[in-house]
Design a protein around this ligand. Structure first.
Ligand code: GTP
Ligand code: GTP
Ligand code: MG
Ligand code: MG
Lengths: 278, 290
């Protein structure tokens, strides 16, 4: 039987520091600590582990249930549009996703709709060669929507199971670039009714609170259906993912854990929450 | 904005008197919240608030100025001073070609910034050559070569190892009268010991005049970890903060400056090659304070 004591201020300070340093955000952290204080006022604890477990349960609960896995079989071709801000890891993620689908026996086609950035199509081509899948591309300067259209047309003609379209990185506050992305979305939708079936937004796990602005805008403009969090092999904990899944209602689907083709996993809520406190 | 928030809070303390710890506390809580929401590191924000408290306490409440405005002014001035020195130029080599080495995490904007910097230096009358030292990322060499073609600036390539590419580039540059050599290195994690050692080796073998840490301005609390480790390993000379054309508050600027003491020399304000600007601490301050 533990003698028990109330939570001490140093420990609360430490918890606050842990959560803030993990990019959970000031507002969520304040609310969590306030709820913790309310729920445990006057109560005795035997060791701090109890509090950590309580918080983990809270976070588990607020992140909600994950929706069922993406079903790549329900439509043919299943079309995935990949979007996000500059340098987040979109092109690399596409290579990894394509690889896992090819290993599952799917016929995959990539669309190099980033016609702006230097050597963007060349970069995607390297991945297509590594994976052993087809790619549709044009020369730099072609309209992104045109490549998307060509890729959609090829997917229909070549009996493709999954079409993944790479787009140029863009900042969500650039209206003209978001309009360009909407054009890509719309042209895919016209060519293949119901498509894109998945709009995956790729987010760098190091991103701070700006990630929420990013997701809000991309969700509004091109109906983001899922998140891929990359570079979780670094020291960043990706705390912003909490608010993204909880407040913005966009499920975290996959994570990137390195630059190699196999460094790709389904998002696991438990692993993520545990890591926030490690 | 932070300024409005603080003014509302401190308007409760109208009238004469001195600013004391008690009446400043609420205002500072507001400021600390704003800094955290702006992605300033938790520790750096804490230290900063301490400094501001010391500066503010005991100050006479200036008549006709609301206490809130006074606090905001102290915060503003303190931030500008902290991030100060807005004209920190590149350390040019007086005898030989100036060697500039670009380093940083994956996707920060090193390759693009290398080209931007080369373009800027050429405008200043220099003769730069860019070095494709990223032999790892798919089509990285191709990316730099494409940018070189767009700018009509030569790109040195070699198929060996990043260290050898850099050494051979220096030899080539000196034999061909280039006065500025820019190494574009592969993005890497600060915790990847082998790749960090590779950067240390490039530094040891080529003695760069300037090592620039290229960092994405949208980064959160992790900024201090990566910046600190890159600085511990390489003792970089300065920072280039990229993607400031986003709507990020950019608190990383304060964090990085706070933990490394190194100056921010340039900021990336877009994807185009002419979108590299000098760093202005007053502009950064009003941005962080939102
Ligand atoms: N360590 C690590 N690096 C990654 C991960 N995912 C991508 N990267 C690296 O991040 C950098 C940027 O990746 P890209 O795939 O080019 O990113 P992007 O979003 O397509 O970039 P833009 O098209 O320019 O907007 C590359 O160096 C990748 O190798 C990851 O999970 N971990
Ligand atoms: N909006 C904006 N985009 C930028 C800026 N600087 C770079 N970028 C973009 O960010 C993305 C990544 O840039 P890169 O130059 O490939 O980054 P990197 O650090 O060389 O990436 P790795 O070599 O993979 O580590 C590209 O899409 C660039 O166009 C900037 O200041 N503003
Ligand atoms: Mg890309
Ligand atoms: Mg690069």
């Amino acid at each position: 039987v533990g003698l028990g004591r109330t939570i001490d201020d140093d420990f609360l300070e430490e918890l606050q520091s842990t959560l803030l340093s993990a990019d959970v955000g000031a507002l969520i952290t304040t609310k969590l600590i306030a709820k913790l204080e309310d729920d445990w006022v006057g109560k005795k604890i035997d060791d701090n582990e109890q509090i950590i477990n309580y918080l983990k349960q809270e976070l588990h609960h607020t992140m909600g249930k994950n929706p069922p896995d993406i079903d790549f079989n329900q439509k043919k071709p299943h079309v995935i549009l990949v979007v996000g801000v500059n340098g987040s890891g979109k092109t690399t993620t596409i290579g990894k996703l394509a690889n896992s689908l090819v290993k599952d026996g799917k016929k995959v086609l990539l669309g190099a709709s980033d016609t702006f950035r230097a050597a963007a199509a060349e970069q995607l081509e390297v991945w297509a060669n590594r994976v052993g899948c087809q790619i549709v591309r044009q020369n730099e300067g072609a309209a992104p929507a045109t490549v998307a259209y060509d890729a959609a047309e090829a997917a229909l003609a070549r009996d493709i199971d999954v079409l993944i379209i790479d787009t140029a990185g863009r900042l969500h506050n650039k209206k003209n670039l978001m309009l360009e992305l909407e054009k890509v979305f719309n042209i895919i939708n016209k060519k293949i009714p119901g498509a894109p079936h998945e709009v995956l937004m790729v987010i760098d796990a190091c991103t701070g609170q700006n990630a929420l602005n990013q997701v809000k805008t991309f969700k509004k403009d091109v109906k983001v259906t899922g998140i891929v969090a990359t570079k979780l092999d670094g020291t960043a904990k990706g705390g912003v993912l909490l608010a993204i899944q909880r407040d913005l209602g966009v499920p975290i689907r996959y994570i990137g854990t390195g630059e190699g083709i196999e460094d790709f996993d389904k998002f696991d809520k438990n692993t993520f929450i545990d890591a926030l406190f490690s | 904005t932070v300024a409005q928030g603080i003014n509302n809070v401190l308007d409760k303390f109208k009238g004469r008197g001195t600013l004391n710890e008690e009446n400043i506390q609420e205002g500072l809580r507001e400021i600390r919240m704003a800094l955290l929401e702006a992605d300033v590191s938790y520790k750096v924000a804490k230290e900063f608030i301490k400094k501001v408290t010391e500066k503010a306490i005991g100050q006479e409440v200036i008549k006709n100025i609301r206490p809130g405005q006074q606090i905001v002014k102290i915060v503003n001035d303190e931030l500008v001073e902290l991030m100060g020195g807005d004209n920190q130029p590149i350390n040019y080599n007086k005898k030989n070609a100036t060697i500039i080495m670009m380093v940083g995490l994956q996707g920060a904007g090193k390759t693009t910034t290398t080209a931007k910097l080369a373009m800027k230096l050429r405008k200043e009358g220099r003769k730069p050559i860019m070095v494709a030292a990223d032999l790892q990322r798919p089509a990285a060499v191709e990316q730099l070569k494409t940018l070189g073609r767009q700018l009509n600036i030569e790109v040195f390539t070699d198929e060996s190892t990043p260290v050898r590419v850099c050494r051979r580039a220096v030899k080539y540059a000196n034999e061909n009268n280039f006065d500025t050599i820019l190494f574009d290195t592969a993005g890497r994690l600060h915790i990847d010991d082998e790749l960090m050692k590779e950067l240390e080796k490039i530094k040891k073998k080529t003695s760069p005049d300037e090592i620039l840490f290229v960092c994405d301005s949208m980064v959160g609390q992790d900024a201090v970890k990566s910046a600190q480790e890159f600085n511990n390993r390489l003792e970089f000379n300065g920072v280039i903060l990229t993607k400031l054309d986003s709507d990020t508050r950019g608190g990383a600027a304060l964090s990085i400056r706070g933990v490394t003491g190194k100056p921010i020399k340039f900021v990336g304000m877009g994807e185009k090659l002419d979108e590299l600007e000098a760093f202005h601490p007053d502009r950064m301050t009003s941005r962080i304070l939102g």
